[in-house]
Design a binder for this molecule. Structure first.
Ligand code: MN
Length: 443
């Protein structure tokens, strides 16, 4: 995908807040979302685009014939944009850029439409960014798989399939929740206590987060067809943040032999904004860096272009604020940070090709998540299971919080915030926004 005028760092918007160098949503990003704004006459969720501190109602623009609708349905959604072929998606982005760029006054100087279509984000409620009908979670970080594997299998941290097949499991779309929705501590069955033979049932005692990047699928492939690597990049609509909340005690007891089940499907938080893949083009990086001696992927997972530029260089961070910190007015503290997403063992294109390799139909708006993104260093680990791990046989080393609190796993009242952004000299900083959730006690 070539760079074009929409990546030009010098272009500005007539929405002044978008021109602040620290803005999360500059003109060069234009992330898609789904929002409502009852106080401003938008009672039901509508497709939108974020810019600066505003959000633009896209259906209001298409109704006013300022923008071509992606579908003939009146109540079209973000998934209808995702269903367009890649050149039409780029045209949509260019049209939006054209309406919001500084020297275009057609929307700016239309007061009626401005009031109807452009709202402050602070007045809006953000829903799941699109209608997500299917959700799959992968396990594509080699650093994560190696660290977690060493906890359970010190002799063989990586199972023999890892470097050949992108590992994943089918998640549940019904328990995907928008960022900000409280997370109720799950109950579940846990392994028998030391010396006992009967498992227990009760509130999760090892509640964890997983810092992940989500990929929203573009276009459909019909059941029975596959997606070759040469076409997989076009099937990426855009990226968001995902928190795959995990009940580790439940997971440890239930995961063999079929993988995660109730340890994962009680809640999965999704950030409000899908940054279109076109906007992320300047931040592409090498994909699948494989060490000397690693096996080459099978032919159907190989593509020279994907190897050269199938990755995304995204800084990912996790922040936490306990209830006591919140009550004392202490801001969230960062507990991990890293550029580890550029080190993922499998690219999203490879995950897509593998997912459809058996003829599975991937549909516009489906969500595939990367799996926990961890790096090689302790401070870049993407979940508490790893952050507090100190090696085999050693007690866990808790994370210290301001005010003397410590966390090995999440406590009721904790708020966990995931953040992601791209920065590179010569380009506007782009943010994936944030993905937030607060733990509520088990009912
Ligand atoms: Mn996960």
């Amino acid at each position: 995908m070539p760079l074009d005028h929409t990546h030009d760092v010098a272009r500005r918007s007539w929405i002044e807040s978008a021109n602040d160098p620290a803005a999360d949503f500059p003109l060069q990003s234009l992330p898609y979302c789904t929002f409502s704004c009852p106080a401003r006459g938008v009672p039901d969720p509508v497709p939108g685009v974020a810019i600066g501190d505003r959000v633009v109602d896209l259906r209001a623009l298409t109704a006013a014939r300022m923008l071509a609708a992606p579908s003939t349905r009146d109540a079209w959604t973000i998934a209808d944009i995702a269903r367009l072929p890649s050149d039409a998606r780029r045209d949509m982005r260019h049209a939006l850029f054209g309406l919001l760029v500084e020297d275009n006054h057609s929307l700016r100087d239309n007061p009626g439409l401005l009031v109807a279509a452009v709202h402050f984000q602070r007045d809006a409620t953000f829903h799941l960014p699109c209608d997500i009908r299917n959700y799959t979670d992968f396990y594509a970080s080699l650093d994560h798989a190696s660290t977690v594997g060493s906890m359970f299998r010190p002799d063989q941290p990586l199972l023999p399939n890892y470097k050949h097949v992108p590992i994943g499991y089918h998640g549940r779309a019904s328990s995907l929740i928008p960022s900000g929705t409280p997370v109720i501590r799950p109950r579940g069955q846990q392994s028998p206590p030391e010396g006992a033979s009967t498992p227990t049932f009760g509130p999760c005692r090892m509640l964890d987060y997983e810092l992940e990047v989500g990929c929203v699928i573009a276009e459909d492939n019909t059941l029975g067809t596959s997606v070759p690597m040469s076409k997989a990049a076009e099937r990426i609509f855009g990226l968001c943040l995902v928190n795959d909340w995990s009940a580790r005690d439940v997971q440890r007891w239930e995961y063999q032999p079929l993988g995660p089940f109730l340890a994962k499907n009680f809640a999965t938080s999704v950030s409000p904004f899908i940054v279109p893949v076109e906007a992320l083009e300047p931040f592409r990086c090498e994909g699948t860096p494989r060490a000397e001696g690693d096996p080459a992927p099978l032919e159907y997972l190989q593509d020279a272009k994907d190897r050269a530029s199938g990755g995304f260089d995204i800084v990912l961070e996790a922040w936490i604020q306990s209830e006591a910190m919140s009550q004392a007015g202490v801001a969230p503290v960062r507990i991990s940070s890293g550029r580890s997403f550029s080190r993922m063992y499998w690219t999203f294109a490879q995950m897509i090709t593998h997912h459809a390799s058996n003829g599975c139909n991937l549909e516009a708006g489906d969500l595939i998540a990367s799996g926990t993104v961890s790096g090689p260093t302790r401070d870049s680990r993407g979940c508490l299971l790893e952050l507090t791990w100190d090696g085999p046989g050693k007690p866990r080393r808790p994370v210290d919080l301001p005010g003397g609190e410590q966390r090995t796993f999440l406590a009721d009242g904790d708020t966990l915030v995931l953040k992601g952004f791209c920065d590179k000299p010569g380009f506007r900083r782009l943010s994936l926004g944030e993905c937030r959730g607060t733990i509520r006690s088990s009912r």
